[in-house]
Design a protein around this ligand. Structure first.
Ligand code: HAM
Length: 420
């Protein structure tokens, strides 16, 4: 019978890693990101994977690539057009409007799969995971600093090397319009040098030309007017203040050409990139989107947010950063097991930072030690019949060859484990 395969660009993820090791680190990374979100007093929100297609047309902008070419849309049995969410922000705003929560402030996070029908390549999938944050109801100022602080905490916690946080300010609606007019005026006489994609961007959303992947366009843009000339002093000061405050924790660069792929942004925007990622070098991005809520039929709700691409981010995280202390509990002789489970139970409650792998198979000491070494255990706690009768346990160091194994009493074992 023909085998059934997964769909192109959609991964199976195993916490243990799979043959290609694409999923390595993803699960632990997600766990730790959630902890950081809790540290910032963010609360979880879960919205459905499927939404009315109009939600994405009205939020991402119906000329954005995401809505034009990448969205997974279907007619349901009632002939209604529904779509798999390509991102989380629109759903969060749809939800707060629907629940009449759009007159208050919220600090929210979410984590889950998103879908974009893109050409798959390294770091680009059709189903991928995002960890997102949306801070709703606060005007420009404090939330920008809080957001950059959060991004820096994540970069620091995971020791991400060779990365840059690019920041920019798209100005208010008037600044944005004046700049777009100047850009059109500059590019109009050079139109014959632009490709089809950039011509379309120019006619529908000129700012997006700045994001062109075409080298010839980028050469032309070198002489284009700079967005900086059109910004208010306070916007430039905000960028400089953020750079000044956080440059000691993260490499921050003000880039006046940074624009984002979704249309709803205005004001402060940012993207984190790493040279270790290849062509798809952005592992996190976000910005302010003050008009989205009113555009979707809600109140004026100034907001800022960001999302991390989990697959890209996890590929930057080294195993050593994630390594927890693991102890293997080895019992020899099945008669002992009921009692030793209770001891393992007590150990787990004494120190919740340690992962205790209770070895369940009925194999030899040699095989059990092999497994302990394979799962990177720092120690093995061994109890055989003789030890059990004497009320003793063997603690065998597995990583440090200079450390000797020791035989200890149960109280000494508890003390040792607590102190790990
Ligand atoms: P985005 O820049 O479109 O922003 O996506 C955020 C991150 O998701 C990217 O930086 C990238 O790491 C990851 N990503 C995007 N597409 C793919 C893909 N096809 N495969 C793998 N990873 C991908 C947003 O989605 C906004 N909703 C962020 C935001 C939240 N802005 C305000 N609030």
């Amino acid at each position: 019978m023909d085998k059934i395969h997964s769909l192109t660009g959609m991964l199976d993820l195993y916490e243990d890693g799979d043959s290609s090791d694409l999923s390595k680190n993803i699960f632990e990374t997600e766990k730790r990101i959630k902890n950081i979100f809790s540290n910032y007093y963010l609360k979880e929100i879960r919205t459905p994977a499927l939404e009315d297609t109009d939600l994405f047309k009205r939020s991402a902008g119906d000329i954005s690539d995401i809505v034009n070419k990448e969205i997974y849309s279907f007619q349901d049995r009632n002939d209604k057009s529904i779509s798999l969410r390509p991102e989380g922000t629109a759903s969060v705003i749809r939800s707060v409007i629907e629940k009449k929560l759009d007159q208050s402030t919220h600090k929210l996070w979410y984590m889950g799969p998103m879908w974009r029908y893109e050409r798959p390549q390294k770091g680009r999938y059709r189903q991928f995971y995002q960890a997102g944050v949306e801070i709703l109801g606060y005007p420009e100022g404090a939330p920008e600093f809080e957001m950059v602080s959060l991004v820096c905490s994540i970069i620091e916690e995971f020791n991400i090397a060779d990365c840059t946080l690019k920041i920019n300010h798209l100005g208010n609606q008037d600044n944005k319009k004046a700049y777009c007019d100047a850009l059109i005026k500059f590019l109009e006489p050079l139109k014959k040098n632009l490709d089809e994609k950039d011509l379309e961007r120019l006619s529908r959303n000129p700012l997006r030309v700045l994001d062109s992947k075409n080298q010839d366009t980028q050469l032309i843009l070198k002489d284009a007017p700079s967005l900086k000339e059109f910004l208010e002093t306070k916007s430039i000061e905000l960028l400089e203040a953020i750079k000044d405050e956080f440059s000691d924790v993260c490499n921050i660069e003000i880039d006046y050409t940074l624009v984002r792929g979704l249309d709803y942004y205005s004001g402060f925007v940012f993207e984190a990139l790493s040279s270790n990622l290849g062509a798809q070098d952005s592992f996190l991005g976000g910005g302010r989107y003050d008009d989205l809520c009113s555009k979707l039929g809600g109140k004026d709700l100034p907001s800022i947010g960001m999302a991390i691409g989990i697959e890209r981010f996890a590929s930057l995280v080294s195993d050593t950063t994630l390594s927890d202390k693991i102890v293997s509990f080895i019992t020899l002789g099945s008669i002992l097991e009921p009692k030793t489970y209770k001891i393992a139970h007590r150990l787990r409650s004494l120190n919740k930072n340690i992962i205790l792998d209770m070895q369940l198979s009925d194999s030899s000491l040699k095989a059990k030690l092999r497994r302990a070494n394979k799962n990177n255990s720092e120690y093995a706690v061994i109890v055989g019949e003789e030890e059990f009768n004497n009320g003793t346990f063997i603690i065998k160091p597995l990583k440090d060859e200079l450390k000797e194994q020791q035989t200890v009493s149960i109280d000494e074992l508890f003390e040792f484990y607590k102190a790990l």
